[in-house]
Write a protein that binds this ligand. Structure first.
Ligand SMILES: Nc1ncnc2c1ncn2[C@@H]1O[C@H](COP(=O)(O)OP(=O)(O)OP(=O)(O)O)[C@@H](O)[C@H]1O
Length: 304
């Protein structure tokens, strides 16, 4: 696992519980799917579980243009081999052979060697492409049809595991639901983290004090709660990370009276909070943010 990511994970109680259940399911041969809104930790949790499996990790990022060749591999040109034999000086024998060289695709490599595959945002890929996963999961073989490969299929290594992630807000209107594939995995729904877990993550990522981190998290969470009761979109931990990073870097004061800090919060939050509202009038969202900002930072003068 990537050293940077290993350092970054905050293994709060929800992460630990989720990880131990996920490991149990994967070890019994069932793929696991983390789903939930943006920023709740689906990818981070997938990496953490993968690390616990102690196998090499490969990552696939779902996208519209993904093809079977990306997953299985392809012949990517020719390798030329020239053999010159002039053992007897006057007789020169030349032999030239051309061989197609095969570049293994991500899925082929993972399945063959028993790696852990993280398939992030898999619903962004076309269902026809994802159909390859049906036999990998059910029959434990990877069919190599259409790949010009000599073998017809490759057997799935017993250490191979897959963790899928997706965001349900993206399902609508992208592709038809991938029911056959979904039916073969255990889907675990992740929700927004507890405030103390978010505070720990924020402190670790931005190196601000616990007290300041707690205030920023409470502020963002208060606005999120307003969105959740109305719309589907809401600001998450990433917005809090942006606020904390810039507040620290620009040496602002964590106070409702610091106009620069207030403007920073508005810039970061107006768009995501308004997306979560059902009304059109943006000035209502602006006054909501200003109001919550005052509640969270009113009168305070914090030293970082
Ligand atoms: N347990 C954790 N420890 C440390 N950082 C975390 C943890 N959970 C989430 N994060 C951080 O929060 C942010 C969002 O996490 P992540 O990318 O895993 O969410 P996601 O649900 O996959 O989001 P998206 O759907 O937008 O891809 C990242 O900066 C990530 O590093």
């Amino acid at each position: 696992m990537n050293k940077q990511l290993e350092k970054e994970i905050v293994a709060h109680s929800k992460v630990e519980a989720l990880t131990s259940r996920t490991l149990e399911y994967l070890k019994n041969g069932f793929p696991v799917h983390f789903t939930g809104p943006t920023g709740v930790g689906k990818t981070s949790n997938a990496f953490y579980v993968a690390k616990c499996l102690e196998r090499p990790v490969v990552v696939l990022q779902g996208h519209e243009e993904m093809t079977n060749a990306d997953l299985l591999g392809d012949f990517n040109g020719y390798t030329k081999k020239l053999l010159v034999d002039n053992y007897i000086r006057s007789v020169v024998k030349k032999e030239e052979t051309m061989k197609e060289s095969f570049q293994e695709g991500v899925l082929f490599e993972a399945v063959k060697n028993g790696y852990t595959l993280i398939y992030d945002e898999f619903t962004r890929s076309k269902p026809e492409t994802n159909n390859l996963f049906l036999s990998v999961i059910e029959e434990r073989i990877l069919p190599l049809y259409g790949s010009k490969h000599e073998e017809k299929w490759v057997k799935v290594h017993e250490d191979f595991s897959i963790i899928f992630t997706s965001n349900p807000a993206e399902y609508a209107g992208v592709h038809k639901t991938q029911d056959a594939l979904m039916d073969r995995m255990i889907t675990l729904e992740l929700d927004y983290m507890e405030k103390n877990a978010e505070t720990a993550i924020l402190t670790q990522k931005t190196d601000i004090s616990d007290e300041d981190a707690e205030k920023i998290i409470h502020f963002v969470a208060a606005l999120r709660d307003k969105c959740l009761s109305k719309g589907k979109q809401a600001p998450g931990i990433r917005a809090a990370i942006m606020i904390a990073t810039l507040y620290k870097q620009k040496d602002m004061t964590l106070s409702a009276e610091d106009e620069e800090f207030k403007q920073l919060c508005i810039d970061i939050l107006l768009h995501p909070v308004h997306k979560g509202m059902e009304y059109k009038d943006k000035s209502r969202t602006l006054s909501l943010i200003t109001q919550e900002h005052k509640k969270a930072f009113g009168g305070n003068t914090s030293g970082k």
